[in-house]
Each structure stands twice: as C-alpha cells, then as structure tokens.
Ligand binder design. Structure first.
Ligand SMILES: *[C@@H]1O[C@H](CO)[C@@H](O)[C@H](O)[C@H]1NC(C)=O
Ligand SMILES: *[C@@H]1O[C@H](CO)[C@@H](O)[C@H](O)[C@H]1NC(C)=O
Length: 470
C-alpha cells in the first residue's frame, strides 16, 4: 500500500518535471531560432519591418540570411516567428490552431463585428466562405466584365488627362477600384454611394493604412488590452472613433437599402442575380443550398466589402503599372495582345484566357507586390509547425519541426514567400512576367488557390487598429 503511494508520488514527480522540461523546451526552441538582432527593446525589429524605405528592404535580406523560417523581435522584447516556408505556411493556414493576431482581430471587431465576417466557429466560417463564393464563380466574373470595361475606360481617360503632369495615380486607381467593387458587389455606382459615404470611406482608409513608430507601439499596447477596452474605446469622442462609428452606420444603412431594393425587385419578378448581393439574397430566398447568409449577415459584409479590396487592389496595380512603365518592350507586346483580343472579340466578350501576356502580368504583379505583404497569426494551443527543410538552432541542434506554445505570435511573410528562390528560381527578386509563360514557375506544393500565389494576398481585410492614438 505504502509502496503504491510512493511509486505514485514518484511517477507524478517525474511526469511534472517532464512536463515542465517540455514546456521550457518549447519556449526555448523559439528563442533559439536564428534571426536578426534587435536594435531596440521598445520596437524590436518592427520599425525595420513596417517602415523600411522601400518594399521589404530588411525582410528580403533577412530571408536570404536566415532562410524562410526565422525569429524576429516584436515590441517590448517578445519573440515573433517570421515564416515564408511553404510547408509551414500551408500548415498554419489550414490548421484550426491559429487565429488572427490580436491587432487584426481587435480591428475587425471594432469595424465589422467579427462574428458575421469570420463566423463564430469553424463550421460557421466555412458556411460564410462557401456562400460568398457565389460571387466569384467563372459565370459571375463574366457578368462583371462590362463593369471592368467601364472602370478601365474611366481610368484611361483620367490618366490621359493627367498625362505629362506629374501626378499621383494612386487616388485615381483607388477610385476606379471602389467604383468596380461597388458595382460588382452591390450594383451601385460611386454616385449612388453618395458623397458622405465616399468621404468617410477615404478617411477610414487613411487611418487604416497610416503607419508610424507611434502607431506601431500603440498597436503593440492595444494588442495587450482586453476586448472590453476595445469595445468601450469605440465610444470615445475622438475624430477617429467618430469616423469609425459613422462608417459602421453608413455601411449598415447602405447594406439595408441595397437589400430592400433587391427584395422588392425580386418580388416584381425581376432578375436580381447580377451582382454579389443579388446572388446572396437569391441563395437565401430560394434556399437551394445550406450555405446561405441571412439578410443580417449580408448587410454585415458591407463595411468590409467596401473597405477591404480598395487600397489593397489599387496598390498592387500601382506597383504593377510602375513595372510596366519600366519595360516598354513588354508594354508594347501587351498592348498588341489586348488590341488583337479586342478585334477578335468583335464587340462581344473578350476571353481573358486568350490573353497570356495579360495573365502573366497580373500574376507577376500579385507575386511581387501582394497587397498584404505580411499578416499576423497567434497559436491558440501548443502546436508543432513542420518545415520544408530542417534548420539549425543557435545551440547547434538540427530540427525539422518547431514546437510553439499557445500564445506564440507569428508573422506569415507572404511577400517573402512569393520571392523565395527555392520556389520561384534565382531571379525571384526580378519582375519577370515571362516566368508564367515558360512553365518553369513552380517547384513543390501549392500554397494558394490562384496561380500558387498565397490565398491570403486576397482574403485578409486591412488592419484597422489605429484608433487609440489618433
Ligand atoms: C503575443 O502578442 C501579445 C500581444 O502583442 C502579447 O501580449 C503576448 O505576450 C505575445 N505572446 C508571446 C508568447 O510572446
Ligand atoms: C501550382 O503548382 C503546381 C505544381 O506545384 C502545378 O501543378 C499547378 O498547375 C499550379 N497551379 C496553378 C493554378 O498554376
């Protein structure tokens, strides 16, 4: 009897020591992953990462030196993993054990109401994603072509007007993008949206995309505040909070108005499935599949639809156009391809698939300049991340799996992944549309659904978290 107790105690002791050892080891593994030195305790490597003079200055160097899986320092000395390894990325993106980083999650909560955007659980999330995909089928995209043509014509006219003068084309691209999104999603032109909406939208984007040392620290502090502080903060009487409150109200009114009009049109027997909201409402009304959104959920998408795609798309496009300007010979060939496709279509619809150079140009722009260069995740439980190739820790150990603890902060380095030499070749840092034409592009497993580019270059909303200091 006594012996049993003694053995039991001994076993419990061994187990708890082992658990402690494993827990420490987990923590130490991350600490022992090589990475750049941190110039400051307060900022860690974050100023280098977020405020580098040109796109990815430090990031691409770090990747060359430390490989696709390294450690950086966040604000206040925390260890952060920077990951562009395709096997790790794929694992993290498909695993339920990671969620958005705290800054992003708080931002989404604040602006959009996270439950209707991401879903309250995994199943809900899948339902929302499946329902939204009705707007992006090949048939749907074909319906949008006239909208794209209109936006392109408007943009061309404006660019011609400003030709010769040195002017910033980003606002023009941004306006063309929001016009397109609005037509495709709601069936509304920018005039239909109204001046107040457009002004507020612009204000929110300015807040969301502004970046400074103060913002970076504010985000780091904000990330450590409990959710109720964020929920309370929205009621502060600052200009930013007021803009966010207005954005929510306007988006809500707009969403409701669009649905009301579509419902009435449908009751009169008119076709409403000509845009995303019409399609979503049809799915809901006709109830043909289990993946439908309720009307309230459709309305809740409005804020994110009207914000998320705008500057992101416009920025990628702006970078792409700069590259096009640098390559006059390619530009001429691309123009000729478009002209001959237009002639061949003879006024009918132009087949995008018949324009290989255009496809290559778009893919290469998305590869080199994804709108979201990186995005944060956090582990929701202890988990082991696999690697493509093993790495050697600072203590000289060779490891092929990285154990991380619950709460570990991770950056998914999308832009770095898309310039990884092991995947794209030695010329990965070059803008070279031809890589998409000669069939040499890929090595290994795909990460994303479109052209093996990262899915997240399309699916993440902007980080809107800057309300605390502004
Ligand atoms: C992850 O980030 C949050 C917010 O910035 C921070 O509170 C937490 O301590 C970090 N986790 C780790 C393991 O460093
Ligand atoms: C993605 O890469 C794989 C090879 O890894 C290739 O077979 C596939 O065609 C690529 N997908 C696209 C859409 O380019």
């Amino acid at each position: 009897m006594d012996h049993t107790i003694q053995y039991g105690t001994a076993a419990a002791g061994v187990i708890s020591i082992l658990t402690l050892y494993l827990a420490l080891r987990r923590r130490n593994t991350v600490r022992n992953i090589p990475g750049p030195t941190s110039p400051s305790w307060l900022f860690g490597n974050m100023l280098q990462l977020y405020l580098s003079p040109t796109y990815g200055d430090y990031e691409f160097d770090w990747q060359r030196i430390y490989g696709p899986f390294y450690r950086t320092k966040g604000c206040f000395g925390q260890d952060k993993l920077m990951i562009s390894d395709p096997v790790s990325l794929q694992y993290i993106l498909n695993s339920p054990h990671f969620k958005f980083g705290p800054t992003m999650e708080n931002g989404i909560h604040l602006l959009f109401g996270i439950d209707s955007i991401i879903g309250v659980n995994e199943e809900d999330h899948k339902r929302i994603r499946a329902a939204l995909s009705v707007g992006f089928t090949a048939a749907a995209v074909r319906d949008y072509i006239p909208v794209f043509v209109k936006a392109a014509q408007m943009l061309t006219e404006q660019l011609e007007e400003s030709s010769g003068k040195s002017s910033n084309i980003c606002p023009l691209l941004s306006l063309a993008t929001i016009g397109t999104i609005s037509e495709v999603a709601l069936g509304y032109s920018t005039e239909d949206l109204g001046e107040e909406f457009m002004k507020n939208n612009f204000q929110i984007l300015t807040i969301a995309f502004s970046q400074s040392a103060t913002q970076i620290v504010a985000d780091a502090i904000g990330a450590r505040l409990p959710g109720w502080v964020w929920r309370a903060a929205i009621h502060l009487p600052t200009a930013t909070c007021k803009a966010i409150r207005t954005a929510k109200r306007l988006a809500n009114e707009l969403g409701n108005q669009v649905l009301r009009e579509k419902r009435e049109a449908a009751e009169q027997g008119l076709d409403i499935d000509t845009d995303l909201y019409g399609r979503l409402l049809d799915l809901h009304r006709l109830d043909r599949t289990k993946n439908t959104l309720t009307e309230a959920e459709i309305v809740a998408q409005t804020a994110i639809v009207m914000l998320a795609g705008q500057d992101t798309t416009a920025n990628t496009l702006a970078f792409g156009l700069v590259e096009l300007a640098r390559a006059p010979e390619f530009q001429d060939r691309l123009r000729a391809e478009i002209h001959s496709a237009l002639c061949a279509s003879d006024g009918g619809s132009v087949l995008y698939d018949n324009m290989p150079l255009l496809n290559a140009f778009i893919k290469e722009s998305l590869r080199m300049f994804p709108a979201e260069a990186f995005t944060d995740r956090v582990a929701v439980k202890d988990v082991v991340i696999p690697l493509t190739d093993s790495l050697i820790t600072t203590t000289g150990e060779r490891i092929s799996h990285i154990p991380v603890s619950k709460g570990q902060n991770i950056t998914l380095a999308i832009a770095s992944y898309q310039r990884l030499e092991s995947r794209w070749g030695e010329d990965a840092q070059e803008f070279k549309p031809s890589r998409w034409l000669d069939g040499q592009t890929f090595k290994g497993e795909a990460v994303g659904p479109y052209a093996n580019l990262s899915a997240i270059s399309f699916s993440t909303p902007p980080t809107v978290s800057h309300m605390i200091t502004v």
